[in-house]
Design a binder for this molecule. Structure first.
Ligand SMILES: Nc1ncnc2c1ncn2[C@@H]1O[C@H](COP(=O)(O)OP(=O)(O)OP(=O)(O)O)[C@@H](O)[C@H]1O
Ligand SMILES: [Mg+2]
Length: 285
């Protein structure tokens, strides 16, 4: 099962002097159980693509298939998409509006058809995996939470629906290193349980660490789709898309510039430690 974008082109303000071509024949897919990265320069069309995938923007051309069904088809029930696909927008903390934490997380479950007990179980599960003690926070006002807590709460609200797929737009921007690590581990756990995840991010290290596959975007067009290692190996393409290579990759380059014998393929910190270990003749730690 998958979410598949098929040859989507989208123009804002089509037919007017303000027309902007935001997407150009974009095709990609996110399968259940995998983490897919999407990276690209600011303004290249990532958020537009996300809104098309969520059914919020009807594209000028092309379509999106959710588990094989055309989400823009006449007979498709949009409610189904809301249960299958969770969407975390840029700055999700701005989406909180209920009077208590519990109600905010419960909001997305209103039309889920679940019993009160099942809803409660989902709400507690979502709060817990986002690092909250459900009993301690349930009655608090979301407005009293810190910025980071608000963001975690907004994500809990999306996860409570237990969607099969999840799209996140810049979820780790502004998180401290420990928070980022925790969040990446959470995504890995969710995908391990079968969730298909699309993560939009400017953070090459984080994407390199967790993505099974990676797409790059440039002026509305999509490139790549292979493993993160394959895509990052084409450094010219990566840079031309306005994306920085990963930190460990830069360190490898700096060493290789002095010693051409240091030629291991490096993308993540783990790769770098292993390559350094071999280079130094120890285990590198
Ligand atoms: N509602 C809109 N009306 C008109 N043009 C828009 C609208 N939203 C986005 N655009 C334009 O479409 C293009 C793609 O924008 P989009 O927000 O999808 O980029 P992005 O890759 O998400 O950027 P960022 O990394 O800054 O979030 C940009 O040129 C932008 O100015
Ligand atoms: Mg965006």
């Amino acid at each position: 099962m998958s979410i598949e974008v098929r040859s989507v082109t989208h123009e804002y303000n089509s037919g007017t002097a303000l027309a902007v071509r935001a997407l150009e024949k974009v095709s990609l897919c996110v399968n259940e159980g995998e983490i897919v990265g999407l990276m690209g320069h600011t303004g290249c069309g990532k958020s537009t693509l996300m809104q098309v995938m969520a059914g919020l923007i009807v594209p000028s051309q092309g379509t999106v298939l959710a588990d094989g069904e055309d989400i823009f088809g006449d007979h498709y029930q949009r409610g189904k998409l809301r249960q299958r696909l969770g969407v975390v927008f840029q700055y999700p903390e701005n989406q909180l509006f209920e009077s208590t934490v519990y109600r905010d997380v419960a909001f997305g479950l209103k039309h889920s058809g679940l019993s009160a007990e099942e809803k409660d179980r989902n709400i507690r599960w979502a709060l817990q995996i986002m690092g909250f003690d459900p009993d301690a926070v349930a009655r608090l006002s979301p407005l009293g939470l810190s910025g980071g807590e608000k963001r975690r709460l907004a994500i809990a609200g999306v996860l409570a629906v237990r969607p099969a797929y999840l799209i996140l737009d810049e979820p780790i921007a502004g998180l401290d290193p420990a928070g980022r690590e925790r969040f990446i581990r959470l995504l890995e756990d969710l995908s391990g349980d079968g969730m298909g995840i699309l993560i939009i991010s400017h953070n090459a290290d984080a994407v390199a660490q967790c993505a099974d596959r990676l797409y790059l975007m440039k002026q509305g067009e999509i490139f790549g789709g292979g493993s993160a290692a394959e895509v990052f190996a084409d450094e010219d393409l990566v840079r031309s898309c306005g994306v920085e290579i990963s930190g460990p990759q830069r360190i490898r380059q700096a060493i290789a510039a002095r010693d051409p014998g240091f030629d291991a393929a490096v993308l993540t910190h783990e790769d770098l430690m292993e390559a350094l270990g071999q280079w130094l003749g120890g285990d590198g730690r």
